[in-house]
Design a protein around this ligand. Structure first.
Ligand SMILES: [Zn+2]
Length: 663
């Protein structure tokens, strides 16, 4: 276990935050007296009920308890307080209320009227601990991140922040918790948390026992506990991604079926390459071991959530067995892995909060998420998970999306980061006007712009890799957070290649100009263009998502799923479909008098291209039907990158694998 002592820098940042915080008194630097114990009963996956018993040592008097509200990596006040039910708190001690022997007394609690995640209560004289018992009703369908489905009859994904309260007034790093879980009989599990049964080594624990019963973990800080989720399941596999290495990396899989757990030799090698390529890129590592906790299921939520020594990755069941799913989702694990360096070890000061009930500031998410998106995709290509062509196809789709963002006229990219704390939960419709979390995709384009600028100014001698090495490659083995500011980023860039980086970045973050920042693509020797044929990756993504993406022709995206066939998922602002009056939520029933058939849509677009008649669309809007005319004659349009003759192919240099470095 690493030293869990806060650095002076972290303390300085924490106090600066607290001055602005509405939460209350500054946090003392000393540890919370006593060890919290937390028992989570996960033996009821069918009903999705997680049963919790928690003991918190206390002294008599007024106590405030927090339920985690601001969840790291979610960048939002997205804690699942609405799933907490059956909460009963009892006080324990030998001499409660002056000498009478009493083992437990119920303590009434009152929720803070201004903050639903805060409880106030009064501990009776003589009591030495509180016991909390409650149930977390694990979320149903439809939510994001931890608010999505985390329990099925075959799988459970446990985020500790959902199953605990903690005392106010102490930094999460200074509260110690000893946790245990009970699992269904025959299930196996994985977590980066050190366990008693595996305390002889620091590797992630794997319970191979066929017996049900509690699994006890070593005491850790509240911060490390919440940073170490657990996956468990009936169908489980554990794969070594760094055989023989001093610092272990594993791929832990839970799935709906055993057959979903099988990797091809090429997939295994590519994910092993990911580990060596990340080491070559970053230099240092900020984990003592790392576990990809990968859930492969049609029934859970689909997302990734980063942690220092693991990632909570959830994708479709057939990720490894269906090539389209593999290419569509291949960038997820690299993205979350990059976050171990960019996001967990180094974190924007506004996101490096001392507890889970202090508000987070997202202003630097174009670094936290944007650079991770860039480096994640680069590593996906360098490791061979994607081919060079698949990398370019993905980049073309990203560039086209950002190049069709009329919302830029009212909102610059900086504002999307500033509003991050609500943006993950807004609807997906009208996305080109809302802009939503564009700091991912547009951030990726900006960092390509930075990378190729360094390469150009240094005549190919240096690149963004040098910045990455300098900024993230220190303190090998440490996962004590090192916060950073905008100025720190600029300083580190200037250390690699002198330039007006502050002006460079601000002009791209604060602008309302169009087009999107595509200079990185141009400087790479490529150009964004449109073809009448979708790329293989574009088709794969549409297939996996059950959608038809006509954003760059008619200006709409619609569902091809059986239960919502033809429903408009989005309409591009100011597009031909927009001008005709179409809107997200309507259903496209017929085109030019014929029942809508997604496989024949390009034929209709080509027919309209050859003539002057508008395309007639019959659309349903709730109980109303209307025929609208879309005046579009440009034919099918799908994004691609085309090589600019006579230029240097810097994109090939960017994604060329680096020589492995000794472990
Ligand atoms: Zn991310």
């Amino acid at each position: 276990m690493p030293p869990l002592v806060r650095t002076l820098t972290v303390l300085a940042v924490a106090s600066a935050w607290l001055c602005r915080s509405a939460i209350g008194a500054p946090l003392p630097g000393h540890p919370y007296p006593g060890v919290l114990t937390l028992s989570v009963d996960l033996t009821d996956p069918g009903q999705k009920i997680f049963r919790v018993h928690e003991h918190i040592p206390v002294r008599s008097g007024d106590v405030t308890l927090y339920y985690p509200k601001w969840i790291p990596g979610e960048h939002s006040p997205s804690g699942t307080i609405d799933g907490v039910t059956g909460l009963i708190i009892t006080a324990h001690g030998d001499k409660i209320d002056g000498g009478q022997i009493e083992s437990a007394r119920r303590v009434e609690w009152r929720r803070d009227p201004d903050d639903m995640f805060t409880l106030h209560l009064s501990v009776p004289p003589g009591a030495t601990s509180l016991q909390l018992q409650f149930q977390l009703l694990s979320p149903g369908a439809g939510g994001e991140f931890g608010q999505s489905v985390s329990a099925t009859p075959d799988i459970e994904d446990l985020e500790w922040n959902q199953v605990l309260f903690y005392p106010a007034g102490y930094a999460a790093r200074r509260i110690t918790v000893r946790a245990d879980v009970s699992l269904p009989a025959g299930w196996r599990y994985a977590t980066a948390l050190p366990g008693v049964s595996a305390s002889a080594n620091a590797n992630a624990t794997v319970n191979a026992s066929a017996n049900a019963g509690a699994v006890y973990f070593d005491p850790v800080s509240l911060e490390q506990l919440i940073d170490s989720p657990l996956i468990a399941g009936r169908h489980f596999a554990r794969i070594d991604l760094a055989p023989g290495a001093a610092v272990p990396v594993h791929l832990d899989l839970v799935a709906d079926h055993d057959s979903d757990l099988k990797l091809t030799d090429a997939q295994l090698q590519a994910h092993r390459n990911l580990v060596t390529q990340a080491k070559a890129l970053f230099g240092a590592r900020h984990y003592q071991h790392y576990d990809f906790l990968f859930t492969l299921s049609q029934n859970t939520g689909h997302f990734g959530l980063e942690h220092s020594q693991s990632s909570d990755d959830r994708l479709y069941a057939r990720f490894f067995t269906d090539p389209d799913t593999y290419v569509a989702g291949g960038g997820l694990l690299p993205h979350e892995y990059v976050h171990s360096w960019n996001g967990k070890f180094r974190r924007p000061a506004g996101l490096a909060t001392p507890t889970y009930n202090v508000p987070m500031r997202g202003e630097l998410l174009w670094v936290y998420e944007g650079l991770t998106e860039y480096l994640g995709d680069v590593l996906t290509a360098r490791s061979g998970i994607w081919t060079a062509e698949q990398y370019r196809e993905r980049l073309a789709a990203t560039a086209a999306g950002m190049d069709h963002r009329p919302g830029r006229s009212w909102r610059n990219l900086q504002d999307t980061a500033d509003e991050a704390q609500v943006l993950y939960y807004v609807p997906n419709d009208w996305s080109s006007w809302r802009r939503s979390v564009d700091y991912y995709d547009e951030g990726e384009l900006i960092w390509l712009d930075v990378d190729t600028t360094i390469r150009e100014l240094s005549a190919g001698r240096r690149s963004l890799d040098d910045f990455v090495h300098a900024f993230y490659g220190t303190d090998d083995g440490s996962f004590i957070v090192k916060p950073y500011s905008f100025e720190d980023v600029v300083r580190a860039l200037n250390g690699v290649q002198p330039n007006d980086w502050a002006g460079f970045l601000r002009s791209r973050l604060d602008t309302h100009a169009t087009p999107a920042p595509l200079a990185g693509i141009t400087r790479s020797g490529w150009a964004l263009s449109y073809s009448d044929q979708p790329s293989a990756s574009f088709k794969a993504r549409s297939k996996v998502r059950n959608e038809l993406d006509l954003s760059y022709s008619l200006g709409l995206t619609l569902s091809t799923a059986a239960d919502s066939y033809g429903k408009l998922l989005d309409v591009l602002w100011n597009s031909p479909a927009f001008a005709a009056g179409l809107a997200p939520g309507m259903t496209l029933l017929a085109i030019n008098g014929r029942k809508f058939d997604d496989e024949r849509i390009d034929e209709e677009l080509k027919a309209a291209q050859a003539g002057s008649a508008a395309i007639e669309i019959l659309a349903q809007n709730l109980d109303s039907y209307a025929t609208v005319r879309v005046d579009y004659h440009g034919g099918p349009m799908y994004p691609q990158l085309t090589r600019v003759a006579g230029t240097v192919d810097r994109l090939a240099d960017v994604i060329a694998p680096k020589a492995p470095v000794p472990d």
